[in-house]
Design a protein around this ligand. Sequence first.
Ligand code: AMP
Ligand code: MG
Length: 699
Amino acid sequence: MFDRIAILDWSAAGRPKTGKDSIWLAVADAEGVRATNIPTRTEAEGAVAALMKQGRTLLGIDVSLAYPAGFAEQIAGGPLDLWGWLAQHISDAPDNSNNHREVASLMNSHFQGEGPLWGNGAKAEIDGLPRLKPAHALPEWRACEKAMRSAGAQPSSCWQLAGVGAVGAQMLTAHPMLHRLQHNTNTSVWPFEKPSENVIAEVYPSLLSAEVKAHLARHPAMVPDQAQVTLLAQALWTLNGNGTLAQMLHADLPEAAKIEGWVLGQDDPIALRRALPPVQEPPRLRDDCFAMPQGVSWVPVDEALERLRAALTPLAQVQALPTHMAHGRILAADTVARRSNPPRPNSAVDGYGFAHATTGAGVQTLPLVKGRAAAGQPFDGAVPAGAAVRILTGAILPDGVDTVVLEEDCAVDAASVTFDGPVKPRANTRKAGEDVEAGVTALTQGTKLRAPEIALLSALGVPEVQVYAPLRVGVLSTGDEIINRPDQDALPHQIYDANRPMLLSLLDRWGYTPVDLGHVKDDPKRIEKALDRGADRADVILTSGGASAGDEDHTSRILRTKGTLSSWRIALKPGRPLALSLWNGAPVFGLPGNPVAALVCALVFARPALSLMSGAGWLEPIGFTVPAAFEKNKKPGRREYLRARLNAKGEAEVFKSEGSGRISGLAWADGLVELDDGPAQITHGAPVRYIPYAMLGLT
Ligand code: AMP
Ligand code: MG
């Protein structure tokens, strides 16, 4: 356990520098996290040395601690010996002027032919330090970098000293400082030495790039380096507290790490990311988002829907989740295939593979090579032209094979396979990437992750996804007559709360997090308190009851005086005004008290609106045109929804009463018949639009 985590973002600047691409130091400890910008390396070394003196400090530095194998050995011995060598050769003045280019050239001179270091950002030519990448014999990448690259990261090469994103000069100027720190205090260097009281380790802030991006979006004045060190220090401090950091420092590493080093946390970036609180403050809606133009009396349903759609934005917070744990969530970002599917050309059947060019029409007999190609057991070597190989479904096509013939179409003996030609070129094979190619957008933002999407992302090597947190939706019932205790006897003037259980079930079914805000009497103070609680605990609030403009319509009165109420008089039956408002920034949908109207309004308005706010986008219900099994003379002016279900002939029957207090009709029905705003004379057999409950997410 450390008492503090220090994260240092280094810079090889030749002059004192602040702001972007300069030195940033973040320290996280029991008091919190703070970042400072330090203009020179000399001052930074002083600041870090002071921290390490306090003991129990982990210093994470965003600089490679070692080079690819073969480099340090040629100059000084082990990687830490090279630090000592550099401490002797690098001179770095308090004003940041330094000789790193000359030292790089000296290092290159230890190699026969061209040395690996290159890149010169200065005007003057330096002998032995080419401006362009030389042909040299050393590996380009360390093992830890190879591992990160295959996980999609793009670290820079240790060899490059100048140019965009170059890190080579930072190494040359950091290693002398690290050498002094290591020798002045009780400090060990991970993973070269066993962890001691203070530890120096290499870190790579890009492991948190998505979090950094989100952080910067919320703090536009922040410099990226500052956000990086701050978040990384914060994450490692959390992992320090829960024991994960200790595990990371003691984990078994590949052999190469002893010479080339390793990046702290690179094997479990998800742990790092999850150590950060899901901070994103949700975007806020504008205060006037629900405003209706003056003078509008009755708003048609379609116009109300359009207005809602335009007013709302996604509100849910964003978080990273392992793909296999993201079922039911909604993608918050486009997701790119990391690997093609299939990754390599392979066989679609069990059979025999060969080069198509060596076959023709008529009976073909090809000698069989020894061995076989099976899924997970690639054939070792190439299949010579004119020969065939036994191949099984899913096996990578060996070199020399582009076509497969089905085993049922073959006669075989120990030495050869015989079949009828001609065979189509590439028959029974799958092309690499024929399903999805690496690098393309596999799924777009707003996609709900169902089992098929989880399968697709898993196949494409996507271990983790950015998803929206489930939208939290509060439900509040109001009304003096309502009792919220289903286990209590109701007095004659009381009725049991039907809306709250109905809406909570509905929200759960829609995949949101229902938040029960209970019931309050028609008392302004209590309604206010309940709304405060709701805005605290939920992203959106649904209320029922008291939404009209009458004497007893307290919900709308409070929303009008203290919120930003806009009563939408919607031309809809059943349903009365829909009250829309913001309360402490949380949108409030004031639904009618009548359970039939409350459900219809929830299905027609709240469902698409919540979907949009959850990040999944607007929803249009899908309906079917079916013959009516009823007759009705519909008056113009309002859109009507009738409780309906299909009979055995596939016709829509409607509930015997249109009374909006008839909750039993909701339960009797399997869907709604939607009658358009205009007049209609519906006779038996006339086409009507039927929307099954299932299409409204209600099953
Ligand atoms: P209101 O919108 O408050 O005028 O209520 C309209 C009708 O719906 C009244 O008959 C209320 O008693 C009834 N009602 C309101 N809230 C509920 C509820 N939570 N459960 C059942 N009925 C309700
Ligand atoms: Mg009421």
